[in-house]
Ligand binder design. Structure first.
Ligand code: URA
Length: 238
């Protein structure tokens, strides 16, 4: 049981003060009865709550997938840059979500955003070996020895030996290569550092999948959508 003003405020219906005004204006209905007391205790899982006649969709957690654009940081707040949370709709921001893992400021693609701490923990734990697939453009020719080095585990600049990674070459010539790389970890700048350790540079990086989820082709950069129940369950099974 929670106060009705807290429930509605948490769901993005305004500040506590604004919700109080809604209640005063008799815009809120709980189980068919107009509610005016902001301290009224309600079980949001059971009660039918309506605001201005529309039934609210109560949930504790939200799960979003964003096609992250370049130039924004994967954080909840930042002093200098726009964050992925700044890009999402106020109705979702009210849930105080955060990104699952990080993509660099110049990396684009699939980023999960939620307020479910348990799922976050599970998905970023290295022991769970969640595959992350990236499309990358590289400044040089990628050859069989690079594929082999990635397969054996690249040793990056700080001496850390990465877990085996799969490198698939899509195109390759003297001007550069397009590749797909699959890793199971999420170290800082990991993909860029892996290529640097074979003397190559990542010119462009897009995450195209995370565990069982693939980046939607029609999700424009900067936009996000809610995950379906099935997608959430797939992630929980990881
Ligand atoms: N590896 C990187 O180098 N950068 C990213 O954003 C993600 C993986």
């Amino acid at each position: 049981m929670d106060r009705i003003d807290k429930i509605l405020s948490n769901l993005g219906h305004g500040t506590r003060k604004e919700v109080k005004a809604l209640l005063k204006k008799k815009k809120v209905e709980v189980d068919g009865v107009i509610a005016t007391d902001s301290a009224m205790k309600v079980d949001p899982e059971k009660a039918v709550i309506k605001v201005s006649g529309d039934e609210i969709n109560y949930r504790k957690y939200i799960y979003l997938v964003m096609n992250k654009p370049s130039g924004v940081v994967s954080a909840t707040v930042d002093r200098n840059d726009e964050t992925v949370i700044d890009l999402i709709d106020e109705q979702y921001r009210a849930f105080k979500p955060f990104p699952i893992g990080r993509l660099d400021k110049d990396t684009v693609g699939l980023l999960l955003i939620t307020n479910d701490g348990e799922l976050n923990h599970k998905l970023i734990a290295p022991k769970n070996h969640v595959d992350k697939v990236y499309y990358a453009e590289i400044n040089k020719f990628i050859d069989a020895s690079d594929i082999n080095t990635f397969k054996k585990g690249v040793v990056i600049d700080d001496g850390y030996k990465c877990m085996p990674a799969e490198l698939e070459v899509l195109t390759a010539n003297e001007n550069g290569s397009e590749v797909m790389v699959t890793i199971q970890e999420g170290k800082f700048h990991q993909v860029k550092r892996m290529f640097e350790s074979v003397n190559k540079n990542v010119m462009f990086l897009r995450r195209v999948s995370f565990g069982p989820l693939k980046l939607d082709e029609d999700l424009v950069e900067g936009q996000c959508r809610e995950l379906s129940e099935d997608e959430i369950n797939l992630l929980k099974q990881v």
